[in-house]
Design a protein around this ligand. Structure first.
Ligand SMILES: Nc1ncnc2c1ncn2[C@@H]1O[C@H](COP(=O)(O)OP(=O)(O)O)[C@@H](O)[C@H]1O
Ligand SMILES: Nc1ccn([C@H]2C[C@H](O)[C@@H](COP(=O)(O)OP(=O)(O)O)O2)c(=O)n1
Ligand SMILES: [Mg+2]
Length: 230
């Protein structure tokens, strides 16, 4: 199956940028012992799908459809961070400032939130929406949670369409403005494309053209998940 996905995913031009792992994350990785990993993987091996794509490419919209049609639990990294951001704490303020700037929150914070969400769910299949957004995110997940995704979806959408959708989103998000979206598009290209290339090379990537109506896009997604039987 994965070989087939690899065949379906055309190679994406690679980024020359290197992502550096910060010292703080190296420490977390050092202490991510097997005992910690076993929290999630000892009694079960959930089917994990990462859902990637630029801001406004339709990840959240399609995840909601996949979750209800195929029984996945939908974990949005952005939603988890926004929930944490609403806390009146130093960490909440840090997350708010980073999101406003269109940058990526330190991986130890995001992976911790995802880990808690997986552990408090009894689901056997997860959509992890908007993660990993950088090589640092990806490596932190693999190290701390100790599993790799079974499948990676990439919603490929032209920039002008993404900008139009984000500006029309109307959900009161602090980052849905033209200044932040411009920064987010740069960050997407610099940090997220290398992750997409990584999974493409591993034959785990399924690239979906994200233009068209929600129904048209979901038809392609439905076809993929219908053939999976996770
Ligand atoms: N295929 C589509 N065509 C037009 N608008 C869309 C489509 N898919 C999603 N949208 C709208 O675009 C906005 C961004 O979609 P969303 O699912 O939040 O994207 P993402 O999670 O990738 O940022 C939302 O207002 C959503 O209703
Ligand atoms: N893995 C992640 C996911 C989101 N974030 C932060 C930075 C992102 O710009 C914001 C919003 O992410 P979210 O996935 O909700 O955004 P979109 O649905 O793509 O518009 O959250 C992060 O730092 N790391
Ligand atoms: Mg989203």
């Amino acid at each position: 199956m994965w070989r087939r996905l690899g065949f379906l995913s055309p190679a994406i031009s690679s980024s020359k940028r290197q992502n550096r792992i910060p010292e703080s994350l190296k420490l977390v990785m050092l202490f991510a012992t097997d005992a910690v990993k076993d929290d999630i993987t000892a009694s079960r091996r959930p089917f994990i799908t990462f859902v990637l794509g630029g801001p406004g490419s339709g990840k959240g919209t399609q995840c909601a459809r996949i979750a209800s049609a195929f029984g996945f639990a939908h974990l949005s990294a952005g939603d988890l961070l926004r929930e944490e951001m609403s806390c009146d704490s130093k960490k909440g303020k840090l997350i708010r400032d980073i999101i406003m700037e269109g940058k990526i929150v330190p991986s130890e914070i995001t992976v911790h939130l995802i880990k808690e969400a997986i552990m408090s769910s009894s689901a056997d299949r997860f959509l992890i929406d908007g993660f990993p957004r950088s090589e640092e995110n990806r490596i932190a997940f693999e190290t701390i949670i100790g599993v790799e995704p079974n499948l990676v979806l990439f919603f490929d959408c032209p920039e002008e369409e993404m900008v139009k959708r984000v500006l029309g989103r109307n959900q009161g998000r602090i980052d849905d403005n033209i200044e932040t979206i411009k920064k987010r598009l740069k960050v997407f290209e610099m940090l997220n494309l290398p992750v997409i290339n990584y999974y493409s090379a591993k034959g785990k990537l399924y690239k979906i053209n994200a233009t068209g109506t929600v129904d048209e896009i979901f038809e392609k997604v439905r076809h993929l998940f219908g053939s999976l039987r996770p």
